[in-house]
Design a protein around this ligand. Sequence first.
Ligand code: ADP
Length: 369
Amino acid sequence: MPVTVEAVHAALSKVHDPEIKRPLTELGMVRDIAVDGDTVSLGVDLTTAACPLKGKIEQDVIDAVKSTGAKTVNLDWGVKAMKRQITEDDPCPGVQNIVLVTSGKGGVGKSTVATNLTLALKRAGCRVGLLDADMYGPSIPTMLGVSGRPAGNPNGKITPLERFGVKLMSIGFLLEDDKTAVIWRGPMLQGALLQFIKDVEWGDLDYLILDLPPGTGDVVLTLSQRVRTTGAVVVTTPQDVALADVYKSVSMLKKVEIPLLGIVENESYFICGNCDERHELFGSGGGEKVAAFAEAPLLGQIPIDPKVREWADAGTPVVQAAPDLPVAQAFRDVAEKMADRCSVLNARRAPSLTIDRSGGTNRHLPIAR
Ligand code: ADP
């Protein structure tokens, strides 16, 4: 039996995305199937360049295509990101995903996680921007070694600064000097934040990461009312004292219906250079407890490593400066899981297009009992 495009398509309709759990064909991930004798060529578009399961998808696709009798399979990889909900009046319609990085209180490593996740996504091939919305303590300029003033452009927008190929905006860029205090009234803070989202020329991005001020409910509320975000990552430490605050920030996100992408437990453990043993200095299990409460996955545990602070102080996040360190790998794993979770939540929201040809017998009205 000769291999046909129809047979290849039918075989691929049985291959499911491992996370989204729907057929690749239904998700629009398969394109340009061409058959030449027993050679099949096709394109597969991943839902994110930072896809952790590319290897599995590749194997499943090759197995399915070969089941039709093909001997050689040529794959052309691409990326077609699944988008957040983008309404007509969206402030940044070119941005496919907006991810909030939040914490219950300061000092748990929220900005460290935000910058390293951003760099990990960039290094995986994603187009990314980072908005330092921590107006009280903007630390992104230091962590990324950037200073300077963003300029206006002819479209009346602000051109973001750039470092390591990441578009950047921070209130820190607009301050006279980094020792000047800024006093923000709530509405001013929210106004400035919305302006940063709307008036900065973000262009086309796969991910815009927002480093939010810790624990401020009003900021989250405003965001939830003005822009459709993909979801939030909550950063915590294993310490019990951190937990009460972090539960509050999780429940706040739930109240304003911002989806929870997952929990990151930072400063989880320390590997001693002398004995090579794992020491859980601040206790253990905090991240898991918060994840259970949030009904969201624990995206990962980041160890304490003095290199994280040293490289941040030197203006280059550890993921960029020393990508082979275990702590950089931990950040990368978190970034991939987070990217995957964005695709899952976006796909879950976008209902699959199925046409009801039953003439009405398949339709059910919800009945309140
Ligand atoms: P937050 O944004 O929550 O206030 P930061 O990201 O500014 O916290 O981190 C506070 C300090 O802790 C910084 O000096 C940072 O370099 C350091 N730090 C954060 N995470 C780690 C880690 N995993 N290992 C070592 N130092 C860390």
